[in-house]
Design a protein around this ligand. Structure first.
Ligand SMILES: [Zn+2]
Length: 436
């Protein structure tokens, strides 16, 4: 197989220059115009490769079908997924990527607008850099994020598609490409075009029966998200997520006559936030520990509100935390006579592990493809959500594979070109394994 890195890097540099920052305050999908720009560019590129079935949906999902090799029409259809948007935490506007052909192992000052005071890539702090000595990396100029999350995944998928076009002898079944909007805000998922994907994938499903009668039977047998970090990283589980909104009503009276009468909603909300166990917070936990995290607080004497994220890999434990909020609410009412507290909770997304485990061939094929490319996997839980968890819920098991980026959502984000190439080769091997 020839060198894929040139094509990969050229594409990646083109994609990261388009600003696709998503906006969590906007309710429409997509939440930003730049996502349209990238979606249309990708659709054009896929058409130019010669694929007839390419579309951009009304919510900015890019869908494309790589038709099966002759004789492989009845093989299971599999998908690859990556997201168009970048996180809002750091600017994604006017990204100026810097390619280092042969990294020398030294500190790199990202000197964009700040000169020598810019952020630093330091191998003493960033352990991933040592493995890249002598290899190519791509970093920012220190004023924006890079957008390897997830344009690395997009570049890898398009490069895989290009390779399959150029090498008809490489056997594969139907392959569906999905680029999704608003992954970072989590708001793109309700618009997920399952019907369209089923239509594209056609009747090649090896899938047994659907999880619920209301969910149409998916024609995609499996999907793989390319949205992760270093070489070999594989993620098959994510948090269960519950969002809680807590409403506080005070008892208000002129402050001159407040003694013994006032129940101050501001204080109630603050007291509630303090009651959440600090040992179960994102800053105090890692690996498989779940948490509570107050994410927004607002209020007046009369009314206050608090938003709390509850996360846990175990759904029962997440639900126990949600139930505990009711207990805390009663405790606050007891401390603030006359005040009232109401808790509303909503389950947002679920850990995909159980459903992925129920279809062992999805990981078995991946393991086989990895073995053939000389790669071994490290399993890592995602302390967050992923578009893959929603797809898994819809009946399409969707584990998450490394895409080669590091330090996501930050000015020091960088990408390892050799890891990107390895992800691309892994996908190519995987489509071949599925067609055997
Ligand atoms: Zn991502």
């Amino acid at each position: 197989m020839e060198d894929l890195s040139q094509s990969l890097v050229t594409r990646f540099l083109r994609y990261v220059r388009i600003c696709t920052t998503s906006d969590r305050r906007i309710e429409e999908t997509p939440s930003s115009a730049g996502q349209w720009e990238l979606a249309r560019l990708l659709a054009e590129e896929l058409k130019a490769l010669g694929f007839a079935e390419v579309e951009v949906t009304s919510h900015c999902y890019v869908l494309a079908k790589i038709p099966p090799s002759p004789g492989c029409e009845a093989k299971p259809a599999i998908g690859f997924l990556a997201h168009l948007d970048t996180a809002q935490d750091v600017s994604g506007k006017d990204v100026q990527p810097v390619v280092v052909e042969h990294y020398d192992g030294k500190k790199i000052v990202l000197a964009g607008a700040n000169g020598p005071a810019g952020p630093v890539l330091d191998p003493a702090v960033d352990s991933g850099l040592a493995a890249q000595v002598g290899k190519a990396i791509i970093h920012t100029n220190g004023t924006t994020l890079l957008g390897a999350d997830d344009k690395a995944g997009i570049a890898e998928i398009v490069t895989m598609a290009e390779y399959l076009c150029a090498c008809p002898e490489w056997k594969h079944g139907p392959v569906i490409i999905i680029f999704s909007p608003d992954e970072e805000t989590g708001k793109g998922l309700p618009c997920f075009p399952l019907e369209r994907i089923n239509a594209l994938a056609g009747g090649n499903s090896a899938y047994g029966k659907s999880a619920a009668a209301s969910i149409p039977k998916p024609a995609l047998t499996a999907c793989y998200t390319l949205d992760g970090g270093p070489l070999g990283e594989l993620e098959t589980e994510c948090f269960n997520a519950i969002e809680a909104k807590v409403y506080f009503s005070g008892r208000v009276i002129h402050l001159g006559q407040a003694r013994g009468e006032l129940a101050n909603a501001c204080l109630m909300a603050a007291a509630f936030a303090v009651m959440l166990p600090r040992s179960e917070s994102p800053e105090a936990t890692d690996a498989y520990y779940g948490y509570y995290c107050p994410t927004e607080i607002s209020g007046t004497l009369e009314k206050a509100g608090l938003e709390v994220y509850i996360r846990d890999f175990n759904l029962n434990r997440a639900r126990e935390r949600a139930a505990a909020l009711e207990t805390f609410a009663r405790a606050i009412e007891a401390q603030f006579p006359g005040g009232k507290v109401r808790v509303e909770t909503k389950e947002q997304y679920y850990n995909m592990k159980e459903k992925i485990d129920s279809r062992p061939e999805v990981l078995a094929k991946l393991e086989e493809a990895a073995r053939r490319t000389g790669l071994s996997f490290t399993l890592k839980p995602i302390r967050g959500g992923t578009d893959g968890s929603r797809l898994t819920e819809l009946g399409i098991p969707t584990p998450n594979i490394f895409a080669g980026g590091r330090n996501f959502h930050s000015l020091t984000e960088w990408a390892a070109v050799s890891d990107m190439e390895a992800a691309c080769r892994l996908m190519l091997e995987l489509v071949r394994v599925w067609a055997e």
